[in-house]
Write a protein that binds this ligand. Structure first.
Ligand code: ADP
Length: 168
């Protein structure tokens, strides 16, 4: 009898403050490579997030529901590599947009490799229309009343509108 193939599991960590269509594009690509992906939300208080980790988790959950049970969403407060190991993941997925992302991501990947050589970081590139998309840009556009459709999921667009009508 053949041994069952072990599940290929990756984590996709980030602030996701809030999740954008660029993040979802990367998640979709990761699902071509892995059986399951955990959308792993880091509180990242140092970045002064607009949304609480729970709000970010709810938005990511709703926005990734169409992927079914191959995607789960979790908040983690420890080192990324420790979270990956706890979950039994073999890889960390990160997105690369323009060249500007490269140096930081390269540093982070090498630091994580030092901490956990058994984990690989996989970089995926989004489709061209998401190359210049970031959560910060979405927040800035929402603050100024810009149209966000096609750039963020509809639940996120609504959450951003609500946030900026509460706090002008
Ligand atoms: P972090 O604070 O960890 O950078 P982000 O939520 O900003 O968290 O991003 C999480 C990951 O998704 C990072 O690897 C980032 O480069 C990537 N990413 C962010 N926006 C996009 C996008 N538009 N297309 C592809 N990857 C993206």
């Amino acid at each position: 009898m053949q041994a069952a193939t072990p599940e290929r599991l990756a984590i996709y960590p980030g602030s996701f403050d809030p999740v954008t269509n660029g993040h979802l594009d990367i998640l979709d690509r990761a699902l071509h490579l892995f059986d399951r992906v955990i959308f792993a939300i880091a509180p990242n208080v140092g970045k002064h997030p607009l949304f609480t980790p729970e709000e970010r988790m709810d938005m990511a959950l709703a926005a990734s529901a169409h992927f079914g049970d191959r995607v789960t969403v979790e908040i983690f407060k420890c080192l990324t590599v420790d979270f990956a190991k706890q979950k039994g993941a073999t890889a960390i997925v990160r997105g690369l947009r323009a060249v500007a992302d490269f140096e930081f991501e390269f540093q982070l990947a090498l630091a994580n490799r030092r901490l956990a050589p058994e984990l690989e970081t996989i970089f995926l590139m989004p489709r061209g229309k998401y190359i210049f998309l970031s959560s910060s840009l979405m927040k800035e556009m929402a603050r100024l009343g810009g149209m966000l459709s096609d750039l963020v999921p509809s639940n996120v667009e609504q959450a951003l509108k609500d946030k900026f009508t509460q706090t002008p």
